[in-house]
Design a protein around this ligand. Sequence first.
Ligand code: MG
Length: 271
Amino acid sequence: MMQRYFISLFLSLSSLVCLAQPHVAAHRGYWKTEGSAQNSIASLKKAAEIGCWGSEFDVWLTADGIPVVYHDSTIDGIRIEDTTYATLMNHRLQNGEFLPTLQQYLQEAKLHPNCRLIFEIKPHRGEKRDGMIAELSVELVNMLGLADRTDYISFSKHVCKKVHELAPEAKVAYLNGELSPKEIKELGWTGIDYNTKIFEKNPDWALEAKKLGLEVNVWTVDGDDALKRFAKMPGIDIITTNEPQVLMNITREMNTFTDCQQKIEDKYRIH
Ligand code: MG
């Protein structure tokens, strides 16, 4: 009798901390590993190989309208938006790869069907170029048959609006953090993808977004303590991290705990 009481107590306490595990999204691919670099084709391949749920990357448009995968607005001091692809194509990433075009990057993605693409479209100079990059991105994703596993994110409201118009079925999440979950819902977008500080400042937003049916992603969470804290935070669906391997170990432990709890429940038929 006493034993049963303690088991019940354990289960009710553990159910308070036993939450759904968030998905792991590799920030700029899995780049903190040998032979990789941020936003390289190798980083996408490595994210898929370690079993990441998704891999994030950033896209810019060159002066002559070629989308390339890179984070900063400049490469080796040259502004991507103002430069033709012919001038940029010989620039190398840290791992020796040439600057990848979006097409080359997405061709690699086709080889990894279990990895979602978290496609960040960078805010460009003016609405016209924002519209151009949104259109080219959606067109290429659709043409390569990747629409069902590509989620778009952007700091630009104009880009989010344009992608939502062009691909109403696609997931579109906003990055900038100043819009409430309610405002995002009203715009017809599907999620919030906000910096850790935004969730700390607005502790209700993750659950509020969930109640509205939005997807909740947080960036960029690194280090064991922060990863554990966000992995346990109610309402978080996805964690974007530079340390996907560390987060995968944490979520694996959380899974083991859930399995263990289930076994005890089954054994003692406590529900
Ligand atoms: Mg990014």
